[in-house]
Design a protein around this ligand. Sequence first.
Ligand code: PMP
Length: 390
Amino acid sequence: MEIKGLKDELAGLKNEGRYQSLKIWETGSGTWMELNGRKVLQMCSNNYLGLTNHPELKQAATEAITKYGVGSGSVRTIVGTLDIHDRLENELARFKNTEAALVFPSGFTANQGILSSILGEEDAVISDELNHASIIDGIRLTKAIRKVFKHKDMDQLEAALKESADCRRRVVVTDGVFSMDGDIAPLPDIVALCERYDAIVYVDDAHASGVLGKNGKGSADHYGLHGRIHVQVGTLSKAIGAVGGYMAGSQSLKDYLIHKARPFLFSTSQPPSVAATCLAAIQVLSFSQHLLDRMWNNTAYFRDRLKEIGFDTGISETPIIPVIIGDPARTSRFSEELLEEGVSATGIVYPTVAMDKGRIRMIVTASHTTGDLDFALDRLTEVGRRFGLV
Ligand code: PMP
């Protein structure tokens, strides 16, 4: 049974070059993956440290399935809090240097659940314009006054803080690392302003945890701001290699969210094997820096070569490296031609980014070899020449 109007809208997306069909990969997440029987170099996975295939994580998952079975059977507040969930939360709190942590079904629902719980109509939320969709949706669920400041514009942030002086709470929200440009939030400035105006600092570290700071502890550690950020959100689906999200903050915030955050209250808890996988990932990160070092060396190598070739990599400071192409249709074509050449890198187009800022968003990981990166550079140069970009 057709739903009226959907096909027309889809045709419109096709016309604008914004239509996407899902690619069906025939192998697990890794550096080289198979698509239609062909090996393709993966340059856009969030598997920053290559942990999805780490032997210690696989073993932890297998052992947890043997011990606990495959599912938890309930939401956390009924019978779905197993000792493995408790251990994971304690380890996450230790890893992030906070009093407590609380796991959510995903990073997306963590943002939705936390923002909609701590903000009411007497409050204001002040958000960077390039924050992730889950923050935007979380804010939409509240009745708080909404203010958006231009990307990393501290004057606009200060003005918004002044304008909202009468509110009960002011929550300033920012991504730690911005997911489309790969730049880092100016957290020391944000924290200083929030301290001056008695506001709450909320950082979404989805792309910073496992990436920035010692052992991947995130942007608070990167800037030496432990104890000065009220809410840190993380995901367990990117550098950590599994799935899930979490809040790291005070014990009182955790206790409050256990009573109020709807995705926590009404969604079944993580399968124990997933919690065990995440625990093993935190252990791997805590005891070794070498995967992070490799990822950062690869990042510097790849970004420097791209710039030498003549590509515009925008304002990237992290393993997220955009190659700016321009309008949506051209960006999608570039991504398709690159895939034909054996390199997978998604085209990101309007409305995710501005209409003229379509880009191929590349992510460098610890698992890429120099040979892999050279292959990607070679294929990018070939397609870039065809498009007159280099
Ligand atoms: N925040 C940011 C900045 C993200 O990039 C993402 C993932 N795209 C999320 C939150 C959501 O995380 P998850 O995939 O765990 O839902």
